[in-house]
Design a protein around this ligand. Structure first.
Ligand code: GLA
Length: 384
């Protein structure tokens, strides 16, 4: 196989940074719950070299786009020509900004990147980009941070600079991926543990091709609804810090103080956290079928209670569940478009992918991009 770095310049800093797919635990990370993602074998690759001045130049080979900004202009969010930074530019600039705010040295840099991670598909291309730049600036600056601290700074870049109020799951998974393992992550305590994936099952991603421009605002709205649930429930449960602290019985008892829509959001979060905990037992017992049932229940909840699905995603899930060898299927990531994730018996994976592709084409007249992925190592400098 040819070296995927071949198309990048032969510079001293080389970083490889994976996307992630979340198996279970959706929209719970910003409620301090537990999640279960894997880092995947689709990557942002970055070659970089430090500069003597404070300019940052970035070329994206896939987007055929170049960007230049000065470190002294970071607060203004403008490029070297004074134009507002927008789109993907906000991520590297946001990382530089967050690292500096954290008191770390950020140097001028030339960077070229190439990626086989689809953008806006719910596979965390933004977190992969953020971690790639954080590691490049770490190497250039000669300082060293724990992976969790790097992930948190990248989350800060996305929250405060790019304006998406995301939780920590994506940056965590990108930084901590372990080959062949799912990552159980408690977003409150920050404790995490790799759990072996069922060896006879394959993880299949199906990209619906649907992209929602407004994903960020829908996402922030859901987050605000969860916060509203907590503040209303606090009138009855004064010690409640987040929906993580609520159980199903309490929601039954006190849920009448919530507007119906907000109660549905809270119910999703409470039950989804419980599903993650059950799913860990399934992994420990190598129970792929049990895991799959939890995935299907998770999808139904995202569709009916959290309301972040689309007909195309529901169609992909419904079709998948009817195909032989499929243990479970659900939308993955924020929703409003993007991908589904499927757990499929390894021997049936090829037929599954072909059938699913045909069914989606028949039902929606659209082409889904469907592929197997391997749980992979987290972001790192090449040669380390
Ligand atoms: C996006 C966010 C994550 C998480 C998921 C939903 O991927 O970046 O923090 O909230 O949505 O689970």
């Amino acid at each position: 196989m040819s070296d995927p770095f071949e198309q990048l310049p032969d510079w001293e800093i080389r970083v490889i940074s994976p996307g992630r797919v979340n198996l279970l635990g959706e929209h719970v990370d910003y409620n301090q719950g537990m999640v279960l993602p894997i880092a995947i074998d689709r990557f942002v690759r970055l070659a970089a070299r430090p500069r003597a001045d404070d300019l940052v130049t970035i070329e994206s080979l896939d987007l055929k786009s170049r960007l230049q900004f000065k470190l002294e202009d970071l607060d203004q969010r403008v490029d070297a020509q004074g134009k507002a930074l927008a789109g993907w530019a906000l991520y590297p600039a946001g990382v530089a900004w967050a690292l500096r705010a954290g008191g770390l040295e950020v140097r001028g840099l030339d960077a070229v990147l190439a990626s086989d991670l689809p953008i806006g598909a719910g596979l965390s291309s933004s977190a992969a980009l953020e971690l790639a730049f954080a590691l490049a600036w770490q190497a250039a600056g000669g300082w060293q941070l724990e992976r969790m601290a790097l992930a948190q700074l990248c989350q800060r870049a996305e929250n405060a600079y790019a304006g998406v109020a995301c939780g920590l799951m994506d940056q965590f998974a990108c930084a901590h991926g372990v080959a062949r393992h799912a990552l159980y992550f408690d977003t409150r305590s920050l404790q995490w543990q790799p759990l072996p994936m069922p060896p006879d099952s394959a993880v299949v991603i199906a990209d619906s091709g649907m992209r929602r421009q407004l994903a960020a605002s829908g996402y922030n709205q859901r987050r605000a609804e969860c916060e509203q649930a907590v503040s209303l429930l606090r009138t009855r449960l004064p010690d409640l810090r987040s929906l993580r602290d609520l159980n199903a019985a309490q929601l039954d008892e006190y849920g009448d103080c919530l507007p119906p829509e907000i109660r549905k959001r809270a119910r999703h979060v409470v039950e989804e956290i419980a599903r993650v905990q059950q799913a860990c037992f399934c992994l420990v017992q190598d129970d792929a079928a049990g895991f799959g049932r939890l995935m299907a229940a998770g999808h139904a909840s995202l569709r009916d209670l959290f309301e972040v699905s689309l007909p195309e995603l529901d169609g992909l899930v419904e079709a998948a569940l009817s195909i032989e060898g499929c243990h479970g299927a659900r939308l993955t990531g924020a929703g409003f478009g993007g991908c589904t994730v499927n757990l499929v018996a390894r021997h049936a994976a090829v037929d599954f992918m072909n059938t699913l592709e045909k069914r989606y084409q028949q039902d929606f007249g659209r082409q889904a991009l469907i592929y197997c992925c391997q749980p992979s190592r987290g972001a790192h400098l090449l040669g380390t």
